[in-house]
Design a protein around this ligand. Structure first.
Ligand code: ARG
Length: 587
């Protein structure tokens, strides 16, 4: 079952082959995409513009030539040339009808499985021990979960890995804090809060106070050499942190396949560094062990070099410090080995904020030097800002704790529900508020271009208007209410469809495009492609619903409109599901 884009792309490819000109690059593959402006057509291609230079022909002339060779009468009207040389396609009714019927019969709603399934490991969320999850973790957690869902749906084998920061100096700091400054009463009341207090207090002293610094490092060494008391404390801290995180994951409906954490790799670090030395990937420098540039890359692309005063100087990746301790990078290199050799992952996605971009560039360069055979990608994202465009803070000026943020979202959603849904029972209202509140947080995240910073605005994310979860959920609920009203009187919807009005045509074309959009999310790991599509679908549906009565019509018109409503309902529900959002039936 081919999407309309695939069908048109195939035909376009054949037409271009017929040109038989040796100046067409061998690897050239023509593409057809959904039209940016639907006034001029449903689909378009820039093939003529792309090839004009090679063929030494004005693009519009080449476009006319291509149109002559295109055999698409069965699919669309005669293609038209627009602007500098775009070719626009307007799809025929029968093409739309048969595609809609195919989608209606298919549980995947027209989305094909990938032709090259991979084993993909997605490293996301990854909070650190002794710190409650805060707003900063939300992006990694929600984007990562969405990518897990999309990759799985497209037929990849996915391992969702929560790479918890449960090892290293910070743990030594908390152990030291615990032994010297614990407020037992505060701990009994709110253990994670007390751990955080200790961590923050010691972290500050660690920088300024030599003694504290030394004592913390000693605690770290003690822990890492297997001291029983240290290990017991560590386990306790880990349990406390993870039970807090687990409550958040449960509320968000997020699951992991594995969460080995950094500690798991500890025993591998020593042998790894020896191996790096042995293979001449790393060398000793100033008592430390480092990986340097091997000058295979252009300096400007080499993360192990930096330009200062006009000269390229080394910024090595330190894998063993002077004092013999290992780094975050060492653990990440060992983690790659485990993931590639033992889990047999072919692709690893790291969903981590962009402040760590140098770390990942260096890590991938070390992997390249070691000829690691895997596709490694940093799926990075920007910061969450407050209304003042500074990093989002609570009114008291601290970084908001994630469980408080989620509760506030649900409380605020409850107000929306009180205003809008007066015919629901208390229990239903509670359920709807939970779904809208959590949905709003997720949707606000996933509808952003992930690379940029975004402003966290309660009012915006909970508005019933605009590109928001409440708007999307409302559209879905509307589709459901049609079928609820019909109840047992829902006629059997047949394949006999007639798409006559512009509004019917617009929604039908949008529905045909679901199968074209979903695979695109993985091109650059951008969930907002799906959110934008769903938003447009919901908008198109709203105007279709306003212009085209459904229940009061008869015959083929009613059949067609019911089919469109049902398919919209299914696509909205499925698409939101890929974003990790599960809309209620009523609101
Ligand atoms: N725990 C780290 C942090 O909070 C994120 C870990 C990301 N994953 C990784 N393999 N380095 O900054």
């Amino acid at each position: 079952m081919l999407t309309i884009t695939q069908q048109l792309t195939e035909r376009l490819g054949k037409a271009i082959q017929k040109i038989q000109n040796s100046n067409i690059p061998e690897d050239y593959s023509a593409t057809v995409t959904a039209a940016a402006d639907t006034r001029f057509g449903d689909y378009q291609t820039n093939a003529a513009m792309a090839l004009a230079k090679n063929l030494i022909m004005p693009p519009r002339e080449l476009a006319a030539e291509i149109i002559k060779l295109l055999e698409v009468e069965d699919l669309c009207e005669t293609p038209e040339i627009a602007g500098p040389g775009f070719i626009n396609f307007r799809v025929k009714e029968n093409t739309i009808v048969s595609r809609i019927n195919e989608i209606r019969k298919c549980s995947r709603l027209g989305v094909e499985n990938t032709h090259s399934p991979k084993k993909i490991l997605i490293d996301f969320s990854s909070p650190n021990i002794a710190k409650p999850m805060h707003i900063g973790h939300i992006r990694s957690t929600i984007i990562g979960d969405c990518l897990v869902r999309v990759c799985r749906f497209l037929g990849h084998e996915v391992i969702a890995d929560n790479h918890i920061g449960d090892w290293g100096t910070p743990i030594g700091q908390v152990i030291y804090g615990w032994k010297n400054h614990l407020d037992q009463e505060a701990f009994n009341e709110d253990p994670i809060k007390e751990l955080l207090r200790l961590y923050q207090m010691i972290k500050e002293k660690f920088e300024s106070d030599q003694e504290v610094n030394k004592a913390c490092l000693e605690e770290t060494v003690k822990l890492q050499s297997g001291d029983k008391e240290s290990l017991e404390l560590w386990n306790q801290f880990k349990d406390i942190t993870m039970s807090g995180s687990q409550k958040i994951y449960d509320r968000l409906g997020i699951m992991f396949d594995t969460s080995l954490g950094e500690s798991f790799y500890d025993s591998r670090l020593g042998p790894l560094v020896e191996d790096l030395l042995c293979n001449k990937i790393a060398k000793e420098s100033d008592g430390a062990v480092c990986v340097f540039s091997n000058n295979e890359l252009e300096p400007k692309n080499d993360p192990l070099l930096v330009k200062r005063d006009g000269n390229w100087i080394p910024v090595p990746c330190i894998v063993r410090k002077k004092d013999g301790g290992f780094n975050y990078a060492t653990t990440d290199i060992a983690t790659i080995d485990y993931r590639v050799n033992e889990i047999e992952a072919e692709t690893i996605l790291y969903v981590v904020d962009d402040r760590q971009s140098l770390h990942f560039r260096q890590l991938f360069e070390v992997a390249r030097q070691r000829k690691i055979n895997a596709d490694l990608k940093h799926v990075s994202f920007g910061k969450i800002l407050g209304d003042d465009r500074k990093p989002f803070k609570t009114r008291e000026g601290s970084v908001p704790d994630l469980s408080t943020v989620l509760q506030e979202a649900v409380d605020r959603a409850r107000k929306v529900v009180e205003e809008k849904s007066n015919n629901l029972s208390e229990e239903e209202k509670e359920n709807v508020a939970e779904k809208i509140g959590i949905g709003a947080i997720k949707y606000a995240e996933l509808s952003q271009a992930r690379v940029s910073d975004y402003v966290f605005s309660w009012d915006k994310m909970l508005s019933l208007q605009g590109n928001t979860a409440p708007y999307m959920i409302n559209a879905f609920v509307r589709t459901r209410s049609i079928f609820r009203k019909l109840g047992d009187n829902l006629p059997k919807i047949s394949e006999e469809l007639s798409i006559t009005t512009d509004a019917e045509r617009a929604i039908a074309i949008k529905l045909c495009q679901y199968g074209e959009i979903v695979p695109e999310i993985l091109t650059d790991h951008r969930p907002n492609i799906l959110a934008t599509y769903l938003y447009e679908l919901a908008q198109t549906f709203h105007s279709f619903y306003e212009q085209c009565p459904v229940l009061s019509t008869e015959g083929i018109t009613k059949n067609t409109r019911l089919a469109l409503c049902q398919t919209t309902s299914a696509v909205l529900q499925h698409g939101l599901g890929l974003l990790g959002i599960f809309p209620p039936e009523k609101m």
